[in-house]
Design a protein around this ligand. Structure first.
Ligand code: AMP
Ligand code: MG
Length: 268
């Protein structure tokens, strides 16, 4: 699993040739795919508890996607049943004036996971080479250097004991249209829709180009990108869940022995 949909470091990426509706792991069988998720949720719940108990490793999960790409749904479904005490979600919106007074990684570093914890980034420092690039919010000579700064930053984190997994939720432009329409049609979902989302949609090709260069330049051995076919939500959930589980299983987590011999303890 660990190689499935992973962007090899230094490889070139053509997003238009990566099928957003791919279902290869389940031969497109939605019923089987949906049935598989609860068991994966239980495994993740168990692994998270061990991660916390050992208190040694940290896991950082980065989610990036176009609007309506499924970042919120991923967090809800993939982490269903996992103890919220061991998981933090950090959402990165347009920077505040205070954040803008610092370098772009300042607000990000402060949210990275502590030992034993899982942190999920809902958007991330990658916005600083995505929306910032597409909307021309800083000059090119500045954002262009950020690929290198990001790789170095992620290297620092991994050298210090953080494991990083980065998921790009790859949806088609037509799927985005359907999801926007659903948000407009369902009164309970309307709050999610901003007219400004349409401005970003009009820049779809520019965003795809920015995502492409991001994937090519920042998928590293120490912090790989995984391009998740995300038009089908059930499939997206399974791909992401399996990657996280495989990664946690690969850490060789050992639940610590109690500090003293408890074999003679009797609770009256
Ligand atoms: P949402 O995720 O839908 O709540 O929207 C958050 C918004 O914040 C998106 O439109 C992002 O493009 C924007 N955003 C996040 N990070 C940055 C950044 N570093 N610079 C500018 N805009 C950002
Ligand atoms: Mg939005």
């Amino acid at each position: 699993m660990s190689e499935t949909y992973r962007v090899a470091p230094g490889s070139s990426v053509d997003l238009s040739r990566i099928d957003t509706r791919d279902g290869a792991l389940f031969a497109g069988d939605k019923a089987a795919g949906k049935l598989a998720l609860p068991a994966l949720n239980e495994r993740l719940e168990d692994l998270q508890e061990k991660l916390y108990a050992e208190g040694k490793h940290r896991l950082l999960i980065v989610l990036q996607a176009m609007d309506a790409g499924g970042k919120d749904g991923t967090i809800r479904h993939v982490f269903d049943g996992v103890n919220p005490a061991g998981v933090q979600v950090a959402a990165f919106k347009a920077p505040t004036p205070k954040e803008l007074a610092h370098d772009f990684l300042w607000r990000v570093h402060a949210q990275t996971p502590a030992r034993g914890m899982i942190t999920i980034f809902n958007r991330s420092h990658y916005e600083d080479v995505l929306v910032v690039r597409v909307k021309g919010l800083v000059p090119e000579e500045r954002w262009r250097k950020r690929y290198g700064h990001i790789n170095d930053f992620e290297r620092l984190l991994t050298d210090e004991g953080t494991t990083i997994l980065k998921f790009f939720l790859h949806i088609s432009k037509s799927e985005q249209a359907e999801r926007f329409q659903a948000r407009l049609d369902e009164p309970d979902k309307r709050w999610k829709f901003r007219k400004g989302d349409l401005d970003d949609r009009a820049l779809w090709d520019e965003f795809q180009a920015a995502y492409t260069e991001m994937l090519e330049r920042t998928s590293t051995a120490w912090a790989p990108w995984i391009v998740v076919p995300a038009d089908r939500k059930w499939y997206r959930n399974i791909v992401i869940s399996r990657h996280i589980i495989d990664t946690l299983e690969g850490l060789g987590i050992q639940v610590p022995e109690p500090e003293e011999d408890l074999s003679d303890v009797v609770i009256e």
